[in-house]
Design a protein around this ligand. Structure first.
Ligand code: GDP
Ligand code: MN
Length: 398
């Protein structure tokens, strides 16, 4: 589950990670009030106004602006709230901004120039270990740094049995070329950041930029935070931070129905029981020359109601031109699933406007095939896995 910058920063702050202080506002009037509060709390005279959407690159798209007085806070907030913000990470039409973060300006002049770094904490799937990835080349887009100057990106792997060790935090600070106060600050920052990552059950922290202020404080200016969905049951306070406006509406509906659904770009809808079989089905569709439109695991109880819900959700995606139902009947008998498909088809009538290919294997597969073949409905049955995928391609070619 992805969070907004302001929510990510709240979590960081709760673990003692220094952040650029700020608060969210939903209207330009509220923005001015918040700006006054921030000024009273931090002593800042300038503010940065930041569009809150689930996408990076907001600065370049005009979603991050500096305000030097309250009148500017008012006018800039008015411009940003309600705009369709386009960044390299949004859909082409952009994303609608409904709230802004009003934060203290932390790029104030002083003894040293402010410096921007990059830091993220994430899981290295190859080594099954968390790692801290960091670079002096912060502020800009890290993909470009990775492509053009990969030697400027460092990683530090963390042994899960002992956690982040003090020497590792110091090594990171040294690699940034820091000394004195800034070095101590960086060690504190890295230590708190890693603790926050582990204890919040996050799957990604990306802080770009981490800022060294002109008076040598180290703080998070931006925060991209994702919390592991599978941990939300024990992180209720984070689960409540979910912003459904930012999520794919079909996925939101599927989740509410208890279905594991991921929207994809292809045109073959998939209805499968079990995550492994669902992956296998997607592979086979691709091998036969097709493109899956979704990942959908209907789970163990593929009864008529559930099958119908799954059909309705798959068909919300207007790219779907055929649906492949691939169910393995282990505990759930195939004939019951087949009946479910037939019932759902009957109930839905014209709502089903694409060909359906059904493959049922396992307990009572033969009865299931007969049931489908004798239903008089336009459901194509298949026995073998590859046969099913080929039949999908056949109907698409027509
Ligand atoms: P992103 O573009 O979506 O990654 O948003 P960021 O939060 O990273 O902000 C983009 C850029 O805005 C930063 O790299 C900074 O250069 C600038 N910025 C952020 N906060 C401040 C601030 O307090 N003062 C000034 N002057 N610039 C800021
Ligand atoms: Mn950023």
């Amino acid at each position: 589950m992805n969070l907004h910058e302001y929510q990510g920063k709240e979590i960081l702050n709760s673990f003692g990670v220094r952040i650029q202080r700020g608060r969210v506002a939903h209207s330009h009037k509220e923005a001015v009030e918040v700006a006054k509060q921030i000024a009273a709390e931090t002593g800042t005279g300038w503010w940065v106004i930041k569009a809150q959407i689930h996408a990076g690159g907001r600065g370049k798209g005009g979603g991050v602006k500096l305000a030097k007085n309250l009148a500017e806070v008012d006018s800039i907030s008015q411009d940003i709230i309600g705009m369709m913000l386009k960044t390299p990470q949004t859909p082409p039409q952009g994303k609608k901004v409904s709230q802004v973060l009003i934060a203290e300006d932390v790029y104030y002049p002083g003894e040293h120039e402010p410096e921007e770094y990059y830091m993220s904490v994430l899981l290295n799937r190859e080594t099954s270990r968390n790692m801290i990835m960091y670079s002096t080349e912060g502020g800009m887009d890290i993909e470009t740094v990775a492509e053009e100057t990969p030697h400027l990106i460092f990683t530090e792997e963390i042994d899960p049995t002992v956690g982040l060790l003090p020497f590792q935090a110091r090594k990171i600070a040294f690699n940034f070329g820091l000394s004195g106060v800034a070095l101590k600050e960086m060690v504190k920052f890295v230590t708190a950041l890693y603790k926050a990552y582990v204890e919040s059950d996050a799957s990604l922290f990306e802080i770009n930029p981490v800022l060294k202020t002109s008076d040598d404080k180290i703080m998070a200016v931006d925060a991209k935070v994702s919390i592991d969905d599978n941990a939300l049951f024990r992180r209720k306070e984070y689960a409540e931070m979910r912003d459904l406006r930012e999520e794919n509406p079909i996925e939101v509906e599927a989740r509410a129905a208890g279905l594991n659904y991921v929207d994809l770009d292809g045109n073959v809808g998939c209805m499968v029981n079990g995550a492994g079989l669902a992956m296998g089905t997607m592979d086979l569709i691709k091998q036969a020359g097709g493109e899956p439109a979704n990942f959908l695991d209907v789970g163990g109880t593929a009864d008529a109601k559930r099958v119908e819900t799954a059909f309705r959700i798959i068909l919300k995606d207007s790219n779907v031109k055929a649906i492949l139902v691939n169910i393995f009947g282990g505990i759930v008998r195939c004939d019951r699933v087949a009946q479910g498909v037939v019932d759902a088809y009957t109930n839905m009538g014209d709502a089903i406007n694409v060909p359906i290919i059904v493959r049922l294997q396992g307990t009572n597969a033969k009865e299931a095939k007969e049931l489908i073949d004798n239903s008089g409905m336009e459901i194509i049955s298949a026995t073998e896995f590859k046969e099913a995928a080929d039949k999908v391609q056949e109907v698409l070619a027509k």
